[in-house]
Design a protein around this ligand. Structure first.
Ligand SMILES: Cc1cc2nc3c(=O)[nH]c(=O)nc-3n(C[C@H](O)[C@H](O)[C@H](O)COP(=O)(O)OP(=O)(O)OC[C@H]3O[C@@H](n4cnc5c(N)ncnc54)[C@H](O)[C@@H]3O)c2cc1C
Length: 360
């Protein structure tokens, strides 16, 4: 087998690269960004993600990740809180993705930075550095679609991310991921390394356009009791990162076009579940194992679909409830009334268990 080609150096691409190199099939990996960069993400690393990273030789704690042991769900004046049923961490993507790309290069992956893939046809990638042919093409461009290979448009929603500094709020939220549902969207707030807080949210597009801009959206958010303290917090980025029309619920497989789709290109779980990174890592690992074993891209897509379908669909059902004001009320009442209800929901929306994505 000549070198497979991985397009995109996020967690899915890096994971596939590391495992392919370990099995003696060191790939070429193209990443369009030239260096470390921020990514729109809540940066909640679930137990599955932490385990997958460990399997790839990466200890997120040694990179400065902070522990997350508790989840808080807020809707207006209501709050439900529970201990997480698995140990979780929080680490910026700027640090994590860079560390994984370095690890891939050390494992033997040829990592080329600053190369943009513009299109794919007949086993050839058209890139900003010229055409590259490969026996296997692994598509790991995450939130960004390559021309000619669109995923369905998501709903009219916009994602935002901003870092803040506020020592008092950081103390209150130590080891906690706080999810707040409000009319028109939801927000996750949690500590990350460096004494910062990551606010990552999704808001209905029409609602945002009515508000007009980010300062107005922030002013709206701090009317929520659980987010009020952000009014005094220091924003740390010149402007928020933003993304629109995330295709939540997208499941690619089974596919027959010979492409190995990884991470967000294969399955997009609603972000409040905090499991997108686990799916990215595990899909990369599964693809690498099956490719090295001589399996086809179609078999891989079917195997991945079998494992991701249930958690993605359950998370979509939970999202539908959370989007509706009455649904939110009922869900908050239910979560507060059933001991362990929140922990159960957190467990049900996981991708099986950390080892379940390994081929049978
Ligand atoms: C608002 C929001 C909050 C989220 N919060 C969480 C969370 O808290 N926890 C969690 O687990 N998941 C979360 N997710 C999901 C998570 O961010 C994704 O599932 C995960 O990043 C997918 O990894 P990936 O490797 O597939 O793609 P990405 O991380 O998007 O990486 C893709 C890489 O490909 C590169 N690339 C793109 N196009 C090209 C091209 N044409 N040529 C070359 N390179 C290219 C990009 O530069 C990038 O580095 C969130 C998502 C959103 C939208």
């Amino acid at each position: 087998m000549t070198a497979p080609l991985i397009i995109g150096g996020g967690l899915a691409g890096a994971a596939a690269g590391i495992d392919l190199a370990r099995s003696g099939h060191a790939p070429l990996l193209l990443e369009r960004e030239t260096g470390p960069h921020d990514k729109i993400c809540g940066e909640f690393l679930s137990g599955e993600a932490v385990a997958a990273l460990a399997g790839l030789g990466e200890d997120a704690r040694s990179l400065g990740a902070v522990p997350i042991t508790r989840v808080e769900i807020n809707a207006g004046q209501r709050q439900a809180a529970a201990a997480l049923p698995f140990p979780a961490l929080s680490l910026s993507r700027r640090v994590l993705d860079e560390a994984m790309l370095e690890r891939a290069a050390t494992a033997g992956v040829e990592v080329q930075r600053g190369v943009n893939v513009r299109g794919l046809a007949d086993g050839v990638a058209q890139t900003s550095a010229g055409d590259i042919a490969a026996p296997a093409l692994l598509l790991a461009t995450g939130k960004h679609d390559v021309r000619g290979l669109p995923r369905p448009d998501g709903p009219d929603e916009i994602g935002f991310k901003m870092y803040f500094r506020d020592p008092a709020l950081s103390r209150r939220l130590a080891s906690t991921v706080a999810v707040t549902f409000f009319d028109g969207g939801y927000a996750g707030l949690q500590p990350v390394e460096g004494g910062r807080l990551n606010l990552c949210l999704l808001v209905n597009g029409a609602h945002y356009r009515e508000l007009g801009n980010w300062p107005a959206l922030l002013a709206r958010l701090i009317t929520e009791p659980a987010l009020a303290a952000l009014g005094d917090a220091e924003p740390l980025l010149p402007r928020p990162l933003a993304i629109s029309r995330v295709p939540y619920g997208h499941l690619a497989g089974p596919t027959t076009d010979g492409l190995w789709r990884l991470g967000d290109q294969a399955a997009v779980i609603p972000s409040f579940c905090g499991d997108g990174m686990a799916i990215a890592l595990e899909s990369g690992r599964l693809a690498a194992t099956m490719l090295a074993q001589g399996a086809s891209a179609a078999d891989y897509s079917q195997a991945l679909l079998t494992r991701t379908r249930r958690p993605v669909r359950l998370a979509m059902a939970a999202l539908a409830v959370a989007r509706h004001p009455l649904g939110r009320l009922a869900a908050m009442a239910g979560l507060s009334a059933i001991p362990g209800g929140l922990a159960l929901l957190a467990r049900l929306t996981r991708v099986a268990d950390p080892h379940a994505l390994a081929p049978a």
